[in-house]
Design a protein around this ligand. Structure first.
Ligand SMILES: Cc1ncc(C[n+]2csc(CCOP(=O)(O)OP(=O)(O)O)c2C)c(N)n1
Ligand code: SF4
Length: 283
């Protein structure tokens, strides 16, 4: 299958130059190169410009609620662990409203790939500050500049026990495709935080801003070391791209769960039980 065959009949309505196009291309490329069948892949999204992704990929898709990408993606995976589940969300969606879900998904290590379109703004609602907007930045919702400390997703992921953490960039689509492939192949929760310029409403975080600050982790980088990963996560004014941390020793949630480990839930026999006795007690 060629990546183009994963296009739907919907044309993306993202602004020209939006970093979401590169994520779209990288994701289609990853699915195609891994030889996955579209009917075995489910993309799940929340609300936001990032959320539109499910409409443009010809796989199963679920456009869920703002901040609720992970619970829905988890539900899909637990119902049918044979599916490849790819969640897409914005930084507002995942690191704001959905932050609790994000942390708990990493504790559990459910086998889903989570791509965060991190544009450091609320894109769809035209440029309010998000949890990753850096301090001091003037936005529509922070006319005097952001005074909150930004969320550091890599640090949060490390401390929550994530087993795969990568950072990609819309200006490096080939690398991003490889990271998505690695994330899908990882047996457990895979976070891919993507530096995604919003060219309309987050002009501070432009391609120029990132081009001057990103660098690729080299082949000698040891991503099994948490110490290395924390050092990278705390770097200021430069952003490492690549796999920052990976641990293949931990089993996934499904592998440990007594009901799920043998068979997918959808493959199990449905037992019909008469609960009229119980219900009658509440009459
Ligand atoms: C519960 C709820 N609160 C607020 C909104 C309004 N809303 C829709 S999109 C959005 C911002 C999305 O920002 P982000 O998740 O960063 O995604 P982006 O649009 O930047 O890709 C907001 C606040 C909503 N749809 N639902
Ligand atoms: S508003 Fe920003 S994130 Fe949304 S489509 Fe336009 S450039 Fe992309």
């Amino acid at each position: 299958m060629k990546p183009m065959e994963l296009n739907t009949n919907k044309k993306p309505v993202w602004c020209p130059g939006c970093g979401n196009y590169a994520i779209w291309n990288a994701l289609k490329g990853a699915i195609a190169e891994l030889g996955l069948n579209p009917w075995e892949v489910v993309t799940v999204s929340g609300i936001g410009c990032s959320g539109k992704m499910v409409n443009y990929i010809k796989c199963y898709g679920f456009h869920s609620l703002h901040g609720r990408v992970i619970p829905v993606a988890t539900g899909v995976k637990l119902a049918n662990k044979n599916l490849t589940v790819i969640a897409n969300g914005g930084d507002g969606d995942g690191y704001g409203m959905g932050l609790g879900h994000f942390i708990h998904a990493m504790r559990r290590n459910v086998d889903i790939t989570y791509i965060v379109h991190n544009n450091r703004t609320y894109g769809l609602t035209t440029g309010q500050a998000s949890p990753t907007t850096l301090k001091g930045v003037v936005t529509k919702s922070t006319p005097e500049g952001v005074i909150d400390e930004p969320v550091n997703p890599i640090v949060y992921a490390l401390s929550a026990g994530a087993t795969f953490i990568a950072r990609g960039y819309s200006g490096e689509s080939e690398l991003l495709k490889e990271l998505i492939k690695e994330g899908i192949n990882h047996k457990g929760f895979a976070l891919i935080d993507v530096l995604q310029p919003c060219v309309s409403f987050a002009k501070e975080f432009s391609y120029d801003f990132y081009d001057n600050r990103v660098y690729k982790l080299d082949d000698n980088y040891d991503f099994t070391s948490k110490e290395n990963a924390y050092k990278i996560a705390y770097e200021e004014d430069r952003f490492a791209l690549g796999i920052i941390y990976k641990d293949i020793s931990k089993p996934s949630y499904e592998e440990q769960h007594s009901v799920l480990k043998d068979k997918a839930l959808v493959e199990r026999e449905v037992r019909v039980r008469d609960i009229s006795n119980i219900l009658s007690a509440y009459k």
